[in-house]
Design a protein around this ligand. Sequence first.
Ligand code: CUA
Length: 600
Amino acid sequence: MKLSSSKRLVAFLTASALLAGALAGCTGAPPKNPAAAPGTPNAVNGRIPLVAPGEKDTHLGFWSSGPYGGVWVVGIPSMRILREIPVFEQRAAYGWGFDPASRSMLQDTMPDKSRASWGDTHHPMLSKTGGNYDGRFLYINDLANSRIAKIDLKLFKTVAIKRIPNIQGVHGIGVHADTKYVFATGEYEIPNALNPNANADGKFKTAITVLDQDLNVVAQVPVEYGNTDIMGTTLDGKYVYTTVYNVENGTTLKDMVASEKDAIMFIDVAKVDSALAEGKFKEIGGVKMIDTDYPGLKTFVPVAKNPHGVDPEPSGKYIVVSGKLSPTVSVVDIAAMKVVREVEVGAGPLHSSFDNKGNVFTGNFLDSNVVKWNLADALAGKPKEEYIRDMQPAHYSPGHMMADGGGTKSPGGKWLVVPNKFSKDRFVNVGADYPENQQLFDISGDKMRLIMDMPILPEPHDIQIAPVELFKDAIQAYDPAEAAKHEHNIEPTKEGETRVERDGNNVTVYTTAKRSEYGFKELKVKKGDHVTVYVTSLEKTKDITHGFALPDYGINKPINPGETIKVEFTADKEGTYWAYCTWFCSALHLEMRSRIIVEE
Ligand code: CUA
């Protein structure tokens, strides 16, 4: 078949553009992003990378990693995993759980301190100022062990873990619009037998916990119904609210779904403050439990049964409540405290997120799709064909979904990540379980564009997404010398100043690490000594990380440039033990080792 002249011209131009691109690559100019040019083909299944090799991502996503018990930091739109932030589980690669501070954070907050710490993370929540992400902290829950953690985004490192008393199962968490408080739900109803103190008066089954931004428990608000799971905060900071999906207080599935209506419970944050100021609480399990009938504290808004996602839309006026068992989402007017519209979106809506043009993206678990609908049109009572703007399949059964800036006053309107619950036929299957699937959509146009579909470890649960720039200040504010003073109350050790101090049985070593040696070649201690080793990295070059492992004493810590780490052990085994560098740092990486001799 002959090409028409116009088609030939297009073919010629395309070939020229490709050639120009290839030449640009040869001359060292940064490669152009092929998908950024209009009219270029959509990148599906990662076949055309949206972020070419050498280019960087524009957004960061924070994934709760489900039973991995931590957080994954993912670049968007490339969907490349940039690092893991270990939280509730030990992770040798990051030395997490291998030094006294992190080990105590992990173990001392477990219900049974003798058991290995693990977590079931569901909801990462970025700190906020004025209803927008401020890039300072990330909070995350551990449903399994009723814990909540704080991550400092200067270092992308967990700095606090707290176990919450009087409840079982922290599912949803919420961050106040100005991070004045962090809130946590209690999922499972606690019968008297389990915790006789918690609900001795029989008035409540669980509680909502109010913590300050460093995770000190400020108070608890009792809830007379069991099962509060997903939580949100209004963008003006006035309310925190949660689903109450079992108003029946049932303990079997049949009983839990018996009633046609369940509820969203709003807690007035100012009433928490005034109740505390007026002494309207009693101490239960060491916590100020606010009087359950304190006037104006709680408002229950009835919604369709078994609600799930409760997402605040950007104007701050409404909450979009997903019906789970009903084919609708309920729009709750916050000022009026009532449902003002039931919007039909499809079967099994679980969660919603938002763009910057008044649109809502709702994932339907049963229909396996994402529906884009316009909030104003739906509120105005326009027909379904008008308020629904687009529908794209999602493979399969989307759970949470998150747009960049979703849940704030200022969504970015560019990306939507959809973590799915099943992958079925999407990938080569290995072993008995199937890979998890997540998808990335470009939501900047009228229609959603599927950009990527990719397997990930179990399981991608919920996400926060923000532009990379948001985190730059915090990352640059990190000063390793100051951190050494703050964390360990010592000055970093300088080159050639390695020293050993003995005080009875306590031996303290101050030493250094650089390419490719530690500040000491050999260290002799006596059997029974308690040895503390501070290692300061002398490196100033970014990306040169060393490690300090002493496997016989259960130690492995990476040491970043300028950083000072602290490890300790009781020298209870005689012999010669090599401490070695676990991070590939130079051509002489394997030579980077020193021996510790434990003598009788
Ligand atoms: Cu230092 Cu490898």
